[in-house]
Design a binder for this molecule. Structure first.
Ligand code: EPS
Length: 382
């Protein structure tokens, strides 16, 4: 299972096409729209989210709330498009008085994209490099999640850091605690500290990054492969997470901390019981051993840099005159870390769904479930 997206931030619409979806997967409109709405929320979002109410128009691949085994096309209309007449028209001539973007933002794709594509207007680049595109990924990811639900797999995320505010407690919490928080952090005191960070950043014309953890529970052991580097699930998950704009690091389980500890404090012990079969004494490995799922929860931590659009802009160079100027300041978000967690769920779900179909087939759900059950029965004998 894989997907491709198309669409500009202020163009008519975003589109995702998901291929490799087995027939017979139950999918409702609400499955997609729920995640689209979750992505739009989050303290620190800017004015654009007041304009958009993202919904997916499912245009192929689903009949009577079940997938057909054909490509699934999902379209998310940009409600802002009509406000961009004369700036984002699909056809015709650019108006004489068109204001080109010639003050590239440090840290954004603006300058390098202009050089690469021989453009004199950074809008040609920023329209696609905008994180608006992640709405289409979330729509695609909802299809993967619907398939994973049939496999008994749940994917969720929560925010652990925004700027200097970090969640300390890792005590028990529920999905409701995450979704009740305006920053998608299950700890109430950390939520408050994160909101204060965002308020301060906004006041200072700054932007903020942070960290989110993505968890997948209910996975069978053995998804992925140890036999070649490209087929290691860790490599595919890393590529998918780094595909998210502004992601600067992806950690698995204990992550970079493992580099500073002796092996005895890093590796999870293996145990066996009559009732449960093989198990581990911990999950420092984050659910991956040898490039395969271990059967423990998959735990990934993603670190996001601050958004490059600053209301108190950094210095840059005018690409027409080469004069030093302040970078352009578009309407933007102060912090998009809560949204990033939802996007990461989608990316991770797609990799996991693909791994399931590689292992158990991709023609129809009933066959996949039968093969999955036979596999689980076999390994339970070991
Ligand atoms: C973005 C700039 C802002 C964000 C946008 C990403 O959009 P606008 O320029 O229209 O104010 O709101 O994110 C989204 C629209 C979204 O749906 O996440 C950017 O430059 O990357």
């Amino acid at each position: 299972m894989e997907f491709v997206t198309a669409g500009e931030s202020h163009g008519p619409a975003l589109t995702a096409i998901v291929t490799g979806v087995p027939a017979g997967v139950h999918l409702e409109q609400a499955d997609v729209d729920r995640d689209l709405a979750r992505r739009q929320k989050g303290y620190g979002r800017g004015g654009r989210m007041l304009i958009e109410t993202d919904r997916a128009l499912v245009q192929s691949g689903v009949r009577f709330s079940h997938t057909l085994g054909t490509p699934v096309t999902l379209q998310v209309v940009n409600d802002d498009f009509p406000n961009w007449t004369g700036r984002m028209d699909v056809f015709g001539q650019a108006p004489e008085d068109l204001k080109r973007e010639v003050q590239p933002r440090p840290g954004h794709a603006d300058l390098v994209g202009m050089l690469k594509t021989d453009s004199r207007d950074a809008r040609d680049i920023l329209e696609r490099s905008s994180a608006r595109e992640t709405a289409a990924r979330v729509a695609a990811g909802a299809v993967a999640k619907a398939f994973l639900r049939e496999m008994g797999v749940e994917v969720f995320s929560y925010v652990t850091r925004i700027g200097a505010a970090q969640m300390q407690a890792s005590g028990p919490f529920g999905i409701d605690d995450i979704e009740a928080s305006e920053v998608r952090c299950p700890c109430a005191s950390a939520t408050q500290a994160m909101k204060e960070q965002i308020d301060e950043a906004k006041h200072n014309g700054e932007s903020l990054g942070g960290q989110a953890v993505v968890v997948a529970r209910g996975l069978v052991p053995g998804l992925g492969s140890y036999t070649s580097g490209r087929n290691r699930l860790s490599s595919k998950l890393g590529a998918a997470c780094f595909a998210i704009p502004a992601i600067k690091a992806v950690e698995i389980g204990l992550g970079t901390q493992a580099a500073g500890l002796p092996g005895s404090q890093v590796h999870d012990g293996i145990v066996w019981s009559e009732e449960g079969g093989y198990d581990r004494t911990g999950n420092n490995a984050g659910g991956l051993e040898g490039g395969m799922t271990s059967g423990q929860p998959l735990v990934l931590t993603l670190s996001m840099k601050p958004i490059p659009t600053l209301m108190k802009p950094l210095m840059t160079v005018n690409t027409d005159t080469h004069e030093p100027v302040k970078a352009s300041k578009e309407r933007s978000d102060t912090c998009a870390v809560p949204a990033m967690g939802v996007v990461a769920e989608a990316e991770v779900a797609m990799v996991l769904a693909d791994a399931y179909t590689q292992m158990f087939g991709d023609s129809c759900l009933a066959d996949i479930l039968q093969r999955r059950d036979a596999y689980l029965a076999r390994i339970a004998q070991r």
